[in-house]
Design a binder for this molecule. Structure first.
Ligand code: MV4
Length: 445
């Protein structure tokens, strides 16, 4: 096993990784930018090292700075967390070429899944369901019209290099096609430096259901149930839950097996997520695979009684998944995660950085709080606005919702605006209480 691991991230996930390393008896080395000197991960790590000025390009995205930090302090492995360099295959390569272990999949797996069109084509070839549409990138508006005619309107044009919803265009009738195609290509080129786009039938009022997977170097690959992440605003997830109110044990098994086909084809190692769209008829379609640990992983940890960060470290060190003797994991109970962002949810979700002048934390039964904030901490304007993840659970979904209400009411953050009032509002919506959550929930409510 490793004796020291570099945490190449910040905020709550850096702290989450430090905690897992401590539980495993591994030394933690946290890399931080000048503005993050006072964060909790730095305070609680065994060691820390400043890697540069606040702009991410000069710190958390600087491959030489991170590798230098690991080497100068004798770390043997690097955990990238999520965001920043977590899905950058050049980083994964640089880490291994410098004699360090990358706590994540192989660079080839990252590359395969990083090209959304290539991933979709590969999944189609091996029999994982995909949304009907083009075979590969679109060559012309004429071809797009022909394919749309075949699958039926409305259709969706997507960027091959996209993901996360950027560079998409809905097309409702043939007359819109040429303009939409040109706009999607221009947006893809500007956003990703690659104008390649493809076309799919538009799935209306879908749910976003993702399967957590885990694979080791000994040929073991398992799925750990699903998360329902349908509650999003402008492609930013706000609340996630596990299990999904829309997934039966039978559907879970079919989606889980489809996810494992992707895992085997990608020769996958570590923790990953296979994202599906679930339509109103209960059919599911592969969307993309995320080759990292995700923000919402704690919901899965709670309903499966696992520590996914610990498993990531174990399998990166060549050990088998630690709970194989349990067989196929059956989720138990219900967990909901609320993303608490430093944003004014009552004012267009405008960023609200600044000093936390007062803080009252939630607690008690069925409550977990993953956060790097404390009273007196200043949320910098430099990075993303996630400041805490409140995870609640119960034996039933209704019990989890009730605990969510209580915990959100207990949670008081003074000095900055947060998304706590938004979540309190969500829990009072009858459609949410009924489990009726679709990707257009916020717009329609
Ligand atoms: C879709 C879709 C409907 N039909 N594809 C958005 C993020 C990107 N990964 C794929 N996305 C979508 N792809 C087809 N063929 C609707 C979405 C979508 C969405 C998906 C999941 C969660 C929220 C969403 C919000 C808007 C659109």
């Amino acid at each position: 096993m490793f004796t020291k691991v570099l945490v190449a991230n910040r905020g709550e996930i850096a702290l989450r990784i430090v905690r897992a390393l401590k539980d495993m008896g591994i030394q933690s080395l946290v890399a931080y930018s000048e503005v993050d000197r006072e964060t909790l991960a730095v305070q609680l790590a065994d060691e820390s090292v400043c890697i540069g000025p606040p702009p991410a390009a000069q710190s958390y995205l600087s491959i030489p700075a991170l590798i230098g930090a690991a080497q100068s302090r004798g770390a043997e492995a690097v955990h990238p967390g999520y965001g920043f360099l977590a899905e950058n295959s050049s980083f994964a390569r640089a880490v291994t070429e410098n004699g360090l272990a990358f706590i994540g999949p192989k660079p080839e797996s990252i590359d395969l899944m990083g090209d959304k069109n290539a991933a979709r084509e590969t999944m189609k070839q091996i029999g994982v369901p995909t949304v009907p549409g083009s075979d590969g990138p679109l060559q012309s508006a004429q071809e797009a019209l022909q394919i749309a005619q075949g699958v039926g309107y409305p259709v969706l044009i997507k960027a091959s290099a996209g993901g996360g919803g950027r560079g998409m265009r809905e097309v409702y009738e043939p007359a819109q096609m040429a303009d939409c195609l040109a706009a999607a290509e221009a947006e893809a080129l500007a956003g990703f430096g690659n104008s390649e786009v493809y076309l799919e039938k538009l799935v209306q009022r879908p749910r976003h259901i993702e399967i957590q997977v885990l694979a080791d170097m000994h040929g073991n690959a398992i799925y750990l149930g699903e998360r329902d992440c349908s509650l999003q605003r402008r492609h930013q997830k706000l609340l996630e839950e596990s299990p999904s109110p829309a997934v039966s044990p039978e559907l879970r098994a079919r989606m889980g097996e489809a996810a494992l086909m992707a895992v085997r084809r990608a020769d996958y190692l570590g923790a990953g997520t296979v994202e599906f769209l679930l339509d109103l008829n209960g059919s599911f379609y592969f969307m993309e695979m995320n080759t990292r640990i995700q923000v919402e992983h704690p919901t899965t940890e709670i309903v499966t009684s696992t520590d996914l960060i610990k498993e990531q470290v174990l399998v990166a060190a060549g050990q088998p998944i630690s709970f194989l003797e349990r067989g196929q994991i059956v989720p138990s109970g219900h967990a909901i995660e609320f993303r608490i962002n430093a944003e004014d949810s009552q004012n267009g979700f405008l960023p609200s950085p600044g000093k936390i002048t007062g803080l009252r934390l939630p607690g008690g039964p069925g409550v977990r709080l993953d956060t790097h904030i404390y009273a007196g901490y200043t949320v910098p304007p430099t990075y993303d606005s996630l400041i805490a993840k409140l995870i609640v659970w119960g034996n039933t979904r209704a019990e989890a919702v009730a605990r969510g209400r209580r915990a959100l009411d207990e949670f008081q953050i003074e000095g900055i605006k947060t998304t706590i009032p938004f979540h309190r509002w969500v829990l009072d919506q009858p459609d949410f209480q009924a489990g009726e959550v679709h990707t257009d929930f916020i717009e329609t409510h």
